[in-house]
Design a binder for this molecule. Structure first.
Ligand code: ASP
Length: 333
């Protein structure tokens, strides 16, 4: 009789989120459970891998910082150097689209990193945490998921970090990748990858310890007169991402201010539509993409504002110059 193959080694890091939240005396749910308790509560999970469960944080995910995620990325890199086969990060769904993208930028190599959460707390009827956790662990230990960078697994769907977005406040199907669809799915315990994405080739982004450079994100609305935009450099920000309307547009009255700010700090132009590229050569009126790029803004390409902000922050921390930032943004399409 042949011996069964060794189980993969999986690092599970829990940061908090609804998946960990139970009711307290003060009303409402808040993070209480840690990684070991979550893992123990999922039937079949212990058979998937040899799991090391750690709980570095217990917070709502809007309170996570990029500094927290840099530390998580360091912990995952160290675990991979020690022979772990995959990593699973458990956290709140509100900022998964950001943390997953940051981890994608900060953890190189072939081994899967999967971020997972739940839309319903563990005490709610139809809690989705246990099923999400099992599916995510299967992906994080699967050969098929190697080389895809950081993935988000929710509702049995597998999303690439760079495309995924939380698009609903309540539904268990809240996560979408509008431009591509999910990369794959988990069904009957089997991981099926239907589409592969190539990881963009970027210069190293490993960051020093300590506070990261502050980068602002401004969403532009109809009739905005630009007073907030004008104030950004004076508030100490070292970079700015603008989520413009449509293909990357601001009111004409703001165009000159965009140009002034761009002489002081890097300004990246994204689209508030969150799908499709920022245009480069179509509209020529004041405040159009042609006008703003000519005034010194850099295109976010296919990246939405929150993801472009993370790349700009890490690029500034790594000391990239303007051309390198432009190439880095362009590497995502
Ligand atoms: N507010 C929660 C969080 O992001 C929502 C969730 O986990 O689904 O921490």
């Amino acid at each position: 009789m042949s011996a069964s193959p060794p189980r993969p080694r999986l690092l599970v890091l829990s940061l908090g989120g609804t998946i960990t939240m139970t009711a307290g005396a003060g009303g409402g749910i808040s993070p209480t459970l840690g990684a070991a308790e979550l893992v123990a509560a999922v039937p079949g999970l212990a058979e998937v891998a040899d799991i090391e469960a750690r709980s570095p944080l217990k917070v709502g995910s809007a309170s996570l910082t990029l500094e927290n995620i840099v530390a998580v990325a360091g912990e995952i890199r160290a675990a991979f150097a020690q022979g772990f086969d995959g990593a699973l990060v458990i956290q709140g769904t509100d900022t998964i689209e950001e943390t997953a993208f940051a981890l994608d930028l900060l953890v190189p190599g072939e081994r899967p990193v999967v971020v997972v959460g739940a839309m319903r707390g563990p005490q709610q009827p139809g809690a989705d945490g246990p099923a999400n956790l099992l599916a995510a662990a299967l992906v994080a230990t699967s050969e098929a998921a190697r080389g895809l960078g950081t993935l988000v697994v929710m509702n049995d769907q597998i999303h690439a970090a760079r495309f995924v977005r939380k698009a609903h406040t309540a539904l268990t199907s809240a996560f979408v990748s509008e431009m591509t669809g999910p990369l794959g799915l988990v069904a009957e315990g089997r991981v099926r990858i239907l589409t592969r994405v190539a990881r963009p080739c970027l210069p190293a982004l490993a960051t020093p310890d300590g506070a990261l450079p502050p980068v602002a994100l401004l969403k532009i609305a109809m009739g905005d007169d630009g007073r907030l935009l004008r104030a950004v450099p004076g508030l100490g920000y070292t970079g700015l991402v603008i989520e413009g309307a449509g293909a990357g547009h601001v009111p004409g009255a703001m165009a000159e201010i965009v140009g002034e700010v761009a002489t002081r700090i890097p300004v990246v132009l994204a689209s508030r539509t969150l799908a499709g590229p920022v245009f480069e050569r179509t509209y020529g009126y004041p405040g159009s993409e042609v006008d703003l790029l000519a005034r010194g803004a850099l295109s976010a390409g296919l990246l939405g504002g929150v993801k472009a902000r993370l790349l700009l922050t890490l690029a500034l921390a790594a000391g990239w110059e303007r051309d390198a930032i432009a190439r880095g943004l362009d590497a995502f399409g």
